[in-house]
Design a protein around this ligand. Sequence first.
Ligand code: UDP
Ligand code: MG
Length: 334
Amino acid sequence: MSPPPDDARSLSLLSVVIPCFNEESVLRETHRRLTAALEEVSGLDFEAIYVDDGSGDATLDILRELQQVDQRVRVVSLSRNFGQQIASTTGLESAVGDAVVIMDADLQDPPEVIPEMLDRWQQGADIVHGQRTRREGETWFKLWTGRVFNRLFNRLSQVSIPPHTGDFGLMDRAVVDALRIMPEHQRFLRGMIAWVGFRQDAVTYQRPVRFKGETKYPLKKLIGLAADGILSFSVKPLRLCIWSGLLTSALALAGIVYALVVRLSTDAWVSGWAMLFVAVLFVGGVQLLFLGIIGEYLGRIYFEVKRRPLYLVRERLGFAPAGGADGRDCGALT
Ligand code: UDP
Ligand code: MG
C-alpha cells in the first residue's frame, strides 16, 4: 500500500461479507487466502462475515469449524435459500466495520485486491468497484449477455453501472447505512449502489475461473436477476407500451381512411380476410405482451406491499452478545 495522505481516513475495523450457497468445496481455501491477504496489511483489524444462504451441503459445518479456530469469523445462517442479493444484504446489515467489502465465496473475486481497494478508500473514495480486465473460463454467451444487460440497464434506468463490474467492491460506512434504509425487496445491489451516488472509484483485476464447485447461476436465475434489475430501476418498458399503442392506433386510423376512400371512390369494399386475420393476431399478441409487462410491475408491487422481512436468520455465530450489528433476526430494514 502506498502511504496514505495526511487527511486519510482511519480504519478501526474492515468487514468482509461473503454470501455462500453450497460452497463446501471452496470455503477453507477462501478463508485461508482472505486472511493471508488481509494480514499483509499492517495494523488492519477485520471481521469475515460468512452468510450461509440455506446451503444443503456441509457449508455451515465448515463455517462453524472456521469460527471455532478464528475469532474474526462471523457466521449468519439463513433459514432457507434467499438468493445472493439478500444474502449479501444480510451480511451488510450485520457488518460493523468502517468499510465493508462484498466478495464471492468462490475466489473469482481475488481477496488480494482488497488492500488496493482500501488504499482508494483511504484516499477518499466512498465506493471502490472491482473492475474486471479479463474473465477466464466464462462462456461467450455469458460475457455477451452481461454486456448487453449492462448497456440496456444504463440506457433504461437513470443511474449507470460502470462497465465490467459486479458485486465485488468496497463501501464506506455511509454507503452501507444508505443501503440499509432502502427497504425494497427486489434487491439489485449493483443498481442500488449506483443509485446512492457518493464518490466512486474502481480498481482493476483479472477475474479467474471459479476455484471449485459449480456456478449457482443457471440461465433461468440470470434472467430473473436481469429482470429484477431493469424492472426495479425503470418504468420505461411501460412507456414503450404507450408508444406502441399510439403507433398501432395510427396504423389502424390510416387503414380506416384507406378503406373509406376505396369504398367511396369505387364500388368495391376493401377485401383481404388474410390481412385481417394477421392484423387481429398481431394486435392480440402485442396486447398480451404488454399486459404481461404491466403484470410484472403489478406482481412486484404486490410483493413490496406485503412488507415481509427480507430474510430470516436461523443461527448467528461469533457476533458480540447483542448478535450482529443490532441483534435482529430478520431484515426489517425500517
Ligand atoms: N450465492 C448465494 N446464494 C445463491 C446463489 C449464489 O449466496 O442463491 C453466492 C455463491 O455462493 C457465491 C456468489 O453468490 O459466493 C456468486 O455465485 P456464483 O459464483 O455461483 O455466480 P457466478 O460467478 O457463476 O456468476
Ligand atoms: Mg462465481
